[in-house]
Design a protein. Structure first.
Length: 428
């Protein structure tokens, strides 16, 4: 499998011929929303076994082999050339598939409103083969230790059909907002806390949850140790049932990082207790802020390089967004950007006939356009290049895998690249 970036005047026919594949295969693999009007700078996944490389000036067989982590002898053999052959600029070489590593993947799914959108269930079905965990969001803790349940509908059945562990996500939310006083009660009132844990156990047994996942955010800094002690108690209780325990963590870069989101999350202590963590490495660019990449890889790297000094890399799932944002310019405080899927972003660029640029520092695609009312827009989103960069980081740091926030926005390239890079761990 290969990633190709569309150049000026290229057509699907020409691209397909270059890679010895068909137009239909490329259209189907990428679920192209703009098959008749490719955008300059658009990334395409080419569904072939292995990949091709075109020799550039200064290349040698040895330097190319090193780039793809294979021996120059193997590269010569698969291309039926001599190890001493002088390479011509533009010569096409075949690169065999690289070995896959094992990894785990989680997908949060957030039903909202009075009913579950059938498209959301279909999104879970499509993602299921590539997931280890399926996580309906969320069971909201109440101040008396009981739980407000989300709409589950067919999600337990979808998880079973795809051998996904059903993850029970529990939050300290009230009215869909994280609440530190609710957290204070659950972490410090032992009568309520014990009732809370037993309600979790009975509910998990009822629906078949086998991972209990706490997403407790914006806790009071003074509840840092109380949260650790709570997780220790929860771990002991859930172990009796044979369940996993996991948590979501704010994206910290140091132990003493200030700010209400960060201070109650003790990476080292929590990492010693739980089976794994989801680090929320996204939302640098967010709906209520100025335009920028949602999960710039330089910022993501800073968080994860710190995290692996505090806990085993094998316990860390990198958080990853499945969406981008469309900001109206100039940014005005209080305005809200519109969430867009990668497919919607590409269609926007095609509709307005604007090229897609790629920020190599953030490892993220972006573009600008002017709408029908003359308003300027800036769009940052995800594509095959940006997700491959994250997969490379997972392998470099030896992480457990990736967790997606959230299913429901189409990104077919992501699932293709999981299959290219990893053997997905199935625990169901």
């Amino acid at each position: 499998m290969q990633i190709h970036v569309v150049q000026r005047n290229q057509t699907l026919t020409g691209i397909a011929q270059a890679y010895s594949t068909t137009v239909n295969d490329i259209v189907e693999a990428n679920e192209l929303p703009n098959a008749s009007s490719l955008v300059v700078g658009q990334a395409l996944v080419i569904p072939i076994v292995g990949s091709f490389y075109w020799v550039q000036r200064g290349d040698t067989l040895w330097s190319i082999a090193r780039k793809f982590n294979i021996s120059y002898q193997q590269l010569a053999t698969v291309n039926r050339i001599s190890t001493n052959q002088v390479l011509q600029v533009g010569m096409r070489l075949y690169i065999p598939p690289r070995p896959k590593t094992r990894a785990e993947f989680n997908g949060y799914v957030e039903p909202r409103g009075a009913t579950v959108d059938p498209n959301l269930e279909e999104s879970a079905r499509e993602a299921g083969p590539y997931l280890t965990y399926l996580a309906p969001f969320s069971f909201q803790a109440l101040r008396n230790g009981s739980l407000k349940e989300p709409l589950l509908n067919n999600f337990p059945a979808i998880a079973r059909a795809n051998r996904n562990v059903l993850m029970m996500v529990i939050t300290n939310q009230e009215n869909d907002q994280f609440n530190d006083q609710l957290g204070r009660i659950l972490l410090n009132d032992m009568t309520i806390q014990n009732r809370f844990l037993e309600n979790i156990v009975s509910t998990a047994k009822k629906y078949g949850f086998r991972d209990i996942h706490f997403d407790f955010e914006y806790l009071r800094p003074e509840d840092r140790e109380a949260y650790v002690q709570f997780l220790r108690k929860a771990k002991t209780r859930f172990q009796r049932e044979g369940w996993l325990l996991s948590v979501a963590l704010a994206p910290k870069t140091s132990a003493g990082q200030k700010g209400k989101w960060y201070e109650a999350h003790d990476y080292r202590a929590i990492g010693q207790i739980v089976d794994f963590v989801v680090i929320m490495t996204y939302e640098w660019g967010y709906s209520g802020g100025p335009a920028m990449a949602v999960s710039p890889i330089d910022q993501v790297r800073n968080v994860l390089e710190y995290a692996v000094t505090e806990m085993p890399a094998s316990k860390i799932l990198m958080g990853q967004n499945l969406y981008g944002y469309d900001w109206t310019l100039p940014f005005v405080q209080g305005s809200v950007a519109r969430a867009v899927s990668p497919q919607q972003a590409i269609q926007l660029a095609a509709t307005h006939n604007v090229p897609i640029s790629y920020d190599s520092t953030a490892e993220a695609p972006h573009f600008n356009y002017v709408d029908d009312n003359g308003r300027r827009h800036e769009v940052w989103f995800e594509d095959a290049r940006s997700i491959q960069a994250k997969f490379n980081l997972i392998k470099e740091l030896g992480l457990r895998g990736m967790s997606y926030w959230k299913l429901g926005l189409s990104f077919p390239q992501n699932w293709l690249l999981i299959s290219e890079n990893f053997n997905v761990e199935k625990r169901g």
